[in-house]
Design a protein around this ligand. Structure first.
Ligand code: SPV
Ligand code: MG
Length: 431
């Protein structure tokens, strides 16, 4: 009997999947591969249903003979282990990521034998509604909030990009890169105090109030599903911070990072060029403990940001603080540095990890930007935040356009460097 293989990356079985199984059944014995969590996240979207339950769902489909877990998006392992006679797939190959998969399957059939059978993709109102409902569910506060903790267990390092508006949120949500056979996208979003303030033409000194910062979160949340880490600056007064924690939880934010500074906060990238005061270990620990006490949900995280390296107070001070803040209840630590090289951050990670195996470490490689995610993960870092790149990319492009129009007294000269409005509009979903 011939063998047939098809891969499912879905949280619900709809008529389209049943159709694929029906067609597959006509060709031979059917094995369904359920795409594993980490691969699902890279390729499509975050699973709403556990892998175990997705396997059970596939097993329950009439006509399915075997169910296996497909660990990678590409089919190399499938061909090497199962040598299927047929790969059955819907003919919906529009996205570049889908085309890369198709190329991979064709390459493997040439290498191992076998045939790709493409079935007309079922696209009706019910299937589309199903899809929209899944996206809607992913965006709900209850689900979105817990996603960061889940991601920390699923991926080697949580890749997080700065967003400061609905549009930048859409970029974080939808940008997918296909590099040969590697497909990747961001896991998470960072609402930076620097970029949120700069976008409003204000300095990054806790001047933009929480109501306005929350508005930015709402703008991003309205059009995205990925989890959010909020830059809470110093957290403000402890008496105020406890309210911030509740508001963020209610909105569906996954984590707040607060930094151990007191008085007028300035941006860390100024380092010791400006006057900045680190909070005492006791005071900052009390703020963390109060936040944790106020927190109602189990999945929200309060992460303590340590400014000892920024303020040149030394590695021992940084490590002492990390120990104290974790003891006070912090769910993670962020270590920041403004050196050009990653050495001191990697040293911190190594030393902290040697005594604490599990508390997540957050890093922000803005100035030490030559370090790779892989290297950071190898030293025990769990979340990598690209804290300001989208804003810094936009500003020079906008300034350039403004100057060109002023210089030429018309917009023709700059037009070739601008994105067509039609392309921008396709980013935006209409109901
Ligand atoms: C931010 O993005 O606002 C941060 C990171 O706090 S940094 O600007 O490097 O201090
Ligand atoms: Mg900040």
């Amino acid at each position: 009997m011939k063998t047939v293989y098809t891969c499912f990356c879905t949280d619900v079985i709809h008529e389209g999947h049943l159709n694929i199984i029906n067609e597959a059944k006509k060709l031979g014995s059917v094995t369904v591969g359920v795409l594993a969590d980490a691969a699902s996240i890279r390729y499509n979207r975050f699973p709403l249903v556990s892998l175990e339950d997705r396997v059970k769902m596939a097993e329950a489909i009439p006509g399915v003979d075997h169910v296996v877990i497909q660990n990678e998006i590409m089919y190399d392992e499938v061909f090497a282990q199962l040598h299927p006679d047929y790969i059955v797939h819907g003919d919906n190959w529009e996205l570049p990521s889908m085309q890369a998969i198709r190329r991979n399957i064709i390459k493997l059939t040439e290498q191992y034998g076998g045939e790709l059978v493409e079935i007309p993709y079922t696209q009706n109102d019910a299937v589309q509604k199903n899809d929209r409902q899944m996206i809607e569910k992913l965006a709900m506060p209850e689900f979105r909030r817990g996603r960061l903790r889940k991601l920390l267990k699923m991926v080697p390092i949580v890749k997080t990009i700065e967003v400061h508006s609905g549009l930048t949120g859409l970029l974080a949500e939808k940008t997918v890169v296909v590099d040969g056979e590697v497909i990747d996208q961001f896991d998470c979003m960072w609402i930076s105090s620097l970029c949120d303030s700069t976008e409003k033409g204000k300095p990054d000194i806790e001047l933009v109030d929480m109501t306005s910062r929350f508005r930015t979160i709402e703008d991003v949340m309205e059009v995205t599903t990925k989890p959010i880490i909020f830059d809470g600056d110093t957290g403000g007064l402890t008496e105020h911070f406890v309210y911030t924690v509740r508001s963020l939880e209610r909105m569906g934010v996954s984590a707040v990072i607060i930094e151990d500074k007191t008085g007028l906060k300035k941006n860390s990238l100024f380092g010791t060029e400006v006057v900045q005061t680190q909070a005492s270990i006791e005071d900052f620990s009390a703020k963390i403990a109060a936040g944790k006490k106020a927190q109602l949900s189990d999945d929200f995280m309060i992460i303590a940001r340590i400014e000892s390296l920024i303020l040149e107070h030394g590695m021992e001070d940084a490590l002492n603080r990390a120990r104290a803040f974790v003891a006070a209840g912090a769910d993670g630590v962020m270590i920041h540095s403004r050196r050009k090289e990653p050495d001191e951050v990697l040293e911190f990670c190594d030393k902290f990890r040697s005594e604490n195996k599990h508390t997540p470490i957050v890093v922000v490689p803005s100035s030490y930007n030559s370090v790779s995610e892989e290297e950071l993960a190898a030293h025990g870092a769990n979340i990598c935040i690209y804290a300001n790149q989208l804003l810094r990319a936009a500003f020079p492009a906008m300034e350039n356009a403004a100057k060109s129009i002023l210089k030429h007294h018309r917009a023709k000269e700059i037009d070739s460097e601008l994105m067509p409005i039609k392309d921008i509009i396709t980013l935006i979903d209409e109901l």
